[in-house]
Design a protein around this ligand. Structure first.
Ligand code: CAA
Length: 248
């Protein structure tokens, strides 16, 4: 048993998620990385790699687009480790297509994974957080939820939805010691942005005043600011971390 606060990062084994896990561990949290059930082998390799670097992360499988699977994940965490004090909703996917070519499956999968997941997972942790009088919830949104993006009607809608979710839940939990905020990264160097066609990516980077993509650590640092015990008065906020791409 230790007295560390317990942090769950959904999508924790991904590009931004991994950096967030490290930042929260460096902040003294016991960190659990959530991964998508079919990706067990990669998640185990991820865990091993981080253990070799001195980070003793737990990993847990679920499908955050599914309510029951999310419920089971939180129940398992509670039974084996303890209730979650800090939640970072970071699981996300892209299925980019112009609207005229977007299939209902591409729309649904992005909405369920990127937006429904915030409800599915956050719903499981609010009770404990309000009872304890402490909680930190951070939703990873996107610059494209603020400005929209050609080819991302699904993703932009889901990420914009996260802002509304953040502000509504922040109001509900404001008197309970639980803060709820979102972070909107710009383009970050990860597998997700590596998948953008090179010419399209180059033209996007040209629109970034800083002239480059972010590194995952630059996003994780801001998340760890929001989850810090001392960050007690900021709630319902959205922190843009986009190299000046969209100023709000
Ligand atoms: N503005 C105007 N026109 C554009 C455009 C833009 N930004 N981007 C592409 N086009 C044009 C192309 O030049 C092409 O024109 P022609 O038909 O005249 O040749 C046309 O639009 C492409 O139309 P299609 O119907 O063929 O496009 P598609 O349905 O196959 O989709 C695409 C193309 C997948 C959207 C591709 O352009 C793309 O991948 N764009 C990048 C989208 C993007 O930024 N994704 C971000 C991923 S990372 C992320 O999401 C993380 C985060 O939070 C930031």
């Amino acid at each position: 048993m230790n007295n560390k606060k317990i942090a769950l990062v959904t999508g924790g084994t991904g590009g931004i998620g991994s950096a967030i896990c490290i930042a929260l561990a460096d902040q003294g949290r016991q960190v659990i990385a959530g991964y998508f059930t079919p990706e067990a082998e990669a998640a185990l390799a991820w865990q091993q790699k981080h253990r070799e670097n001195g980070y003793d992360f737990e990993i847990i499988a679920s499908d955050v687009s599914d309510y029951e699977s999310s419920r089971k994940m939180l129940r398992d965490i509670e039974n084996t480790i303890g209730p979650v004090d800090i939640l970072v909703n970071c699981a996300g996917i892209t299925r980019d297509k112009t609207l005229r070519r977007m299939t209902p499956e591409q729309w649904d999968s992005v909405m369920r994974t990127n937006l429904d997941s915030a409800f599915n997972v956050t719903r499981q942790v609010v009770e404990h957080m309000t009872e304890k009088g402490f909680g930190r919830i951070v939703n990873i949104s996107s610059v494209n939820g603020q400005k929209g993006q050609f080819g991302q009607a699904n993703y932009s809608a889901a990420k914009a939805g996260l802002h509304g979710f953040t502000k509504a839940v922040a109001q509900e939990l404001a008197g309970k010691g639980v803060t709820v905020n979102s972070v909107s990264p710009g383009y970050v160097k990860t597998e997700m942005t590596d998948a953008i066609p090179e010419d399209v990516r180059d033209s996007i980077v040209q629109q970034v005043p800083m002239g480059r993509m972010a590194l995952p650590d630059e996003i994780a640092f801001v998340v760890s600011f929001l989850t810090d015990d001392r960050n007690t008065y900021m709630t319902g906020a959205n922190l843009p971390v986009n190299g000046g791409m969209y100023m709000s």
